[in-house]
Write a protein that binds this ligand. Sequence first.
Ligand code: HEM
Length: 198
Amino acid sequence: MRYVRRFSRTERVLHWVNAIGFFLLLATGLILYLPSLAADVGDRPTIKDIHFWGGIGWVAALVLVALLGDRRGLLRTAREIDGFSKQDLNWLRRRRPSEQGRFNAGQKLNASLTAAYLVLFFVSGMLLWAGERDTRFRFASTVILHDGLLYASLALLVGHLYLAVIHPATRHALRGMVTGTVREDWAHAHHPRWDVSD
Ligand code: HEM
């Protein structure tokens, strides 16, 4: 069986650092959010510190991976994800023919929303932190935004995990994010416009 390279090492490290950081913040954020969990854990100030510094560490680690890794490759990938074509729109509307390149329209949307959520989580989290120290940074809507992002990102995560781990036609993609390569026949079937020699 022949395999082709789908994700570089930098892309894979970025993905897994993002996933680990997100789950840490999700777990600690839920403890802060749900009174029953907070009561079980008890030590709210420590959880709050882990959450805040975890958030700073998460964003710093992602920036470091991007700066120290294959920046040019990441930029090329970002441009691919940013290029939303008529083919992509057709694919989303399930109109044929709607051949997809290295990323299909769903993957492009997932990556773009994930990046947007990251920025908004960071900005609203920093405002929550600053607002506790200085009333000039205290806005009623900050916590609504931070909590709203929790629900929106959870909905995206459920869809993402279903396609990556459970759905038979798409779960082979997980191999690409773990080892870097996918089967050539799978690449042709799912991403016919992707030039695998690139
Ligand atoms: C990106 C960096 C992030 C920073 C700097 C940050 C910071 C904060 C801060 C300062 C608070 C207020 C804690 C308190 O006073 O109780 C908070 C609450 C919270 N955070 Fe984050 N956060 C970040 C990312 C995330 C992520 C990724 C999630 C979920 C996936 C999340 C979920 C929550 C939840 C659910 C709360 C509780 C809000 C409430 O009490 O209604 N945060 N965060």
